[in-house]
Design a protein around this ligand. Sequence first.
Ligand SMILES: [Zn+2]
Length: 358
Amino acid sequence: MFIVDAHLDLSMNALEWNRDLTQPVAAINERELGLTDKPDRAKATVSLPELRKGNIGLVVATQIARYVAPGNKLPGWHSPQQAWAQTQGQLAWYKAMEDAGEMVQVNNLATLNKHIKLWADGTDSTTKPIGYILSLEGADSLVTVGHLERAYNAGLRAVGPAHYGPGRYAQGTDATGFMGPKGHELLKEMERLNIILDATHLCDDSFWEALDNFNGHVWASHNNCRALVNHNRQYSDEQIKAIIDRGAVIGAALDAWMMVPDWVRGESTPRGMNCNLEVMIDHIDHICQLAGNALHVGMGTDLDGAFGREQCPYDLETIADLQKVTGLLAKRGYTDTDIENMMHGNWLRFLRKAWADK
Ligand SMILES: [Zn+2]
């Protein structure tokens, strides 16, 4: 079945992990054997051939670069200009993948429909380009709100105003507080340009403020449920209902600590914590119960988003194993139509609506 994954940090993997994503996952991992600079070395699950193998022909792919003020202990750049430059390098990688015929940018209704048609034509998908919708995870790198239009012109179609910690336009995971005047200015400009608000990673205060002050299209690219794993990174039932009311689709994430409670980073193991793809269905099912239908969930795996096999479901070896999710959903009693919607239909319907008049 055709799959859309709404959150992958592909360019970050390419440039910060130094992964050649045109290679099979096995080759990437073999080359990382012995490296100890990051916990997920030699544990990759994502590459372009693997996406093709899993019939995951369309992804939302990020640019990501944090600004950190003095005293902020999170990793990040010391000026917004450096963060901007980082995202421009990431953009250059996506463009290089386009030049190589490996990827193709999807940024409006015409390119979306053309791409979906290409993947549905029944021919061998192993040579087809992976479609990508460009998204910015954390807006710190926008030196000024004026930079957003430059980013839009390069294809940017979704923005999550914050990531982890305090941000320049909004407060993110593990932080608290409101967006402030610059955040409001950003939301206005996003609305003018018809850029999707990715409500993922906003802290509770900023989340509610963003919903109140943004009249455009809202999704949550990768977000699980607080009712199942109690952490501020996750959505409360109230938040889930609020964004469903706005027509949002919520992407289910496969980072183990967001799937099962009491995960201890670097200590817990997927098998030890019983973290498998069934657990993903628990989060999906929780959202469907709140929605009263299966129209507001999709895949938003975040695989290889600074974690690898050491911290994702044990029954997933590479991202191609997402195909297993269809069978698990059927086992839970979802209909074929529900499953098609959750694997791709909900994201496509959302995008077609968001881009209808552009
Ligand atoms: Zn994230």
